[in-house]
Design a protein. Sequence first.
Length: 276
Amino acid sequence: MTRRVLARTFVRLSLIAATVVVLLPLLVVLLTSLKTEEEMADGGGALSLPGNPFNFDNYVTAFQDGHMLGAFANTALILALAVGGTVLIGSMTAYAIDRFRFRFRKGVLALFLVAALVPGVTTQVATFQIVDSLGMFDTLWAPVVLYMGTDIVSIYIFLQFIRSIPVSLDEAARLEGADAFTIYRRIIFPLLKPATATVVIVKGITVYNDFYIPFLYMPSEDLGVISTSLFRFRGPYSAHWETISAGAILVILPTLIVFLCLQRFIYNGFTKGATR
């Protein structure tokens, strides 16, 4: 009994500590976004309360000067194309790997695993040269293609789900004269809704929050996304942290709302895909 009490106490304390570690930076950003430039210059501390808790001037400045409207539009376009392409490519690849029998099938799976383990930074020079030679540098197509071509995790998520679908469904469809693409389109893909929801949420949050690829491959200001638009407030000698914090809150809110509304799909997707 004593061990159980100690174990539960340790688990609860660990959860409380993890919650504080996660929420404390967000609280600091929120308080900073409500402060004025003078309050930031006073150096009252990161957790000091703002003089006016209803001061939203920084949010107006961040939205207007940061060209947030155009950034949201570019982000939405990239997000739709990248996530849609990832779902299509990932599900088709997983279907081919699981259902088709061909030489070097295990080798292909091993290559996918190796590709997932290689740090992306080590291949950036070659990747940049390929993107530039294809004429996609400084266009919206560069991040779209890179996001679609580097997602190995989605293939494994779809693969786990497809393995749980009985092969007898494929055989029954073949007896009716259906080809491989018809089986995928009318039988396999409709049964992958939990996996699709999981991939859409995980990939969407990754694309939405990414800074490195848009910053490197889309240097033009008119092609900015929400993650790079915050860089507009960084001056040569100082940074307007109150405005940057307001912009960060504007960026965080959509993902936070979407995650809270759809979090059950993430948990159900991973747990169902792990069983057969």
